[in-house]
Design a binder for this molecule. Sequence first.
Ligand SMILES: C[S@@+](CC[C@H](N)C(=O)[O-])C[C@H]1O[C@@H](n2cnc3c(N)ncnc32)[C@H](O)[C@@H]1O
Length: 366
Amino acid sequence: MPACKIGARVVSSVSSRRWDDRIRELPSANRVYASASPELASAELAVFSESVLGGALSEASLTRRGGVPYLEFTAEQLHPEAIAFLSQLSAIYALFEVDGSRLTPVELRPLGRYGDDLITIQKYPGKTNEQFTKLLLNVTLMSSAFATELGSHQLAVFDPLCGRGTTLNQALMYGCDAAGLDADQRDFDAYSAFIKTWLKRKHLKHHADYDGPVRRDGKVIGRRLQLSLAPTKEEHKAGLIQRLDVVCAETTRAADFFRPDAFDLIVTDAPYGVQHGSRTTAGLARRPQDLLSAAAPVWARLLRPGGALGISWNTLVAPREQAAAILAGAGLEPLDYGPYRQFRHRVDQAIVRDVLVARKPGRIAG
Ligand SMILES: C[S@@+](CC[C@H](N)C(=O)[O-])C[C@H]1O[C@@H](n2cnc3c(N)ncnc32)[C@H](O)[C@@H]1O
């Protein structure tokens, strides 16, 4: 058995079989995103490897078999827990163990508490690509102190610029509690209508805990929809519910609606500073970096110690160093090395998107 180069370290294999694994990449509906996706998937894989796989995977390389692209990596062995984590990769379609020219499929175990249509039905200008949203959530989770808790603990995810809920839907799919906030009344109304209709149509047990205006000192400060839901009647009855909490308000007012340390993860796709089709949003009134400067301290307070914030934004309107400095100024620790610097990709002529992840120092025991 040859020595196997894994990341920066060289380890010699002992009794374990050598795995040459290939991830078959998901055919993507979005051509622009698809062309960037191998590099993004490779960076995502590296973050998984570092976070929950003990650095066990080699750097991935893009290969082709029969004209089909694969991401290829080497590992000493893959335990079932490792396969469970790899099953959640945003670009994964199939995983094979490779022995010479033979490919043996490895059973994937993607988390999916609800039907895929929760994520795919909604179509609208300005929607964040679903696969990219999953990547952003994954990378943020993997950077937090709670990475290993996916699927075993009910994590709380907050999107403070949630639009029509792409992040919230992915969080629900993972079994998390999901909270979102957006200033655009049309987005709030559209998402509220969508989720209520979808739950009814699917005959999923749910309960509206609150649906209406929120008042403070006699003034309406926002609108709010709070639902509790579960995939089965039995789970709902047993109290095994997920909470969905959506607010229509200015994001710098988030602390009026949510308590400090309420969230394990904050995941958001910031306004791009350009118009999406015919859609105008509150975000266009403000430069994205000004919005981030005003909101980051508020968001940081809502994040639990050990939690992580992952943001994507348009680098053509705000350079990475500036975004990182804003997050650091809010008391977060930006992760700015290796794979974390490999998420930059072109979306269209006016948007070159990047991802920045920052941790909140400390961790509350338990
Ligand atoms: C890139 S979009 C997010 C799209 C969302 N991920 C989706 O798929 O629907 C950015 C969102 O930020 C919201 N926004 C901009 N400025 C805001 C502010 N100051 N407070 C709250 N929301 C804001 C916009 O209304 C828009 O929905």
